[in-house]
Ligand binder design. Structure first.
Ligand SMILES: CC(C)(COP(=O)(O)OP(=O)(O)OC[C@H]1O[C@@H](n2cnc3c(N)ncnc32)[C@H](O)[C@@H]1OP(=O)(O)O)[C@@H](O)C(=O)NCCC(=O)NCCS
Length: 146
């Protein structure tokens, strides 16, 4: 699969606006994502296959840390390596910026996402009890060694 990863802009978001909830995920609304794209300390990327947006992901940078804000692959294109390419990009960009680490919070029931993060050597460093509608949030981190 020939996947192209590039910076995400507001035109990209407009392109998926109407299918955001049905085809991607239901917890990142258009308005929240628009705010994210406008934030100076955020960096978002979009994955395209045959010209179509098939995934996106972003980080927020605070001091020398990057937090993964979201990573999502279009429902009909999951388990094909797109999430891995997006996460790899977030890691590379964070390293290029000389950051100390990248971390995230993930629902402890989200086994697919957790195995994606473990594949990229993120480690579990903490739990936030009952964070997501009664489910625990797991905090995972990858420290960079230069
Ligand atoms: C998590 C998500 C982004 C993964 O995207 P993806 O494009 O399917 O990821 P990949 O195809 O690169 O797979 C990456 C790894 O995830 C794991 N994985 C993917 N699909 C899986 C499945 N159906 N069952 C178990 N593990 C799976 C595997 O470890 C896989 O690595 P491998 O193929 O080398 O073994 C995608 O499932 C998604 O969009 N989920 C909804 C949004 C979400 O939960 N995001 C995370 C929020 S913290």
């Amino acid at each position: 699969m020939d996947i192209d990863i590039s910076y995400m802009n507001i035109e990209d978001l407009e392109e998926i606006k109407d299918v955001l909830i049905s085809d991607f995920d239901d917890f990142w609304s258009y308005n929240i994502l628009k705010g994210e794209l406008e934030a100076l300390n955020s960096k978002y990327f979009v994955a395209r296959y045959l010209g179509e947006i098939v995934g996106f992901a972003g980080i927020k940078i605070i001091d020398l840390e990057a937090e993964v804000m979201n990573i999502v692959t279009r429902k009909d294109k999951r388990n094909l390596g797109i999430g891995s390419l997006l996460l790899e990009k977030l890691i590379l960009v964070s390293k290029d910026l000389g950051l100390n680490e990248i971390y995230l919070e993930v629902n402890s029931k989200n086994c697919v996402a957790i195995s994606l993060y473990e594949k990229f050597k993120f480690e579990k460093i903490g739990i936030r009890k009952k964070y997501y509608n009664g489910n625990d949030a797991m905090i995972m981190r990858k420290k960079f060694i230069y």
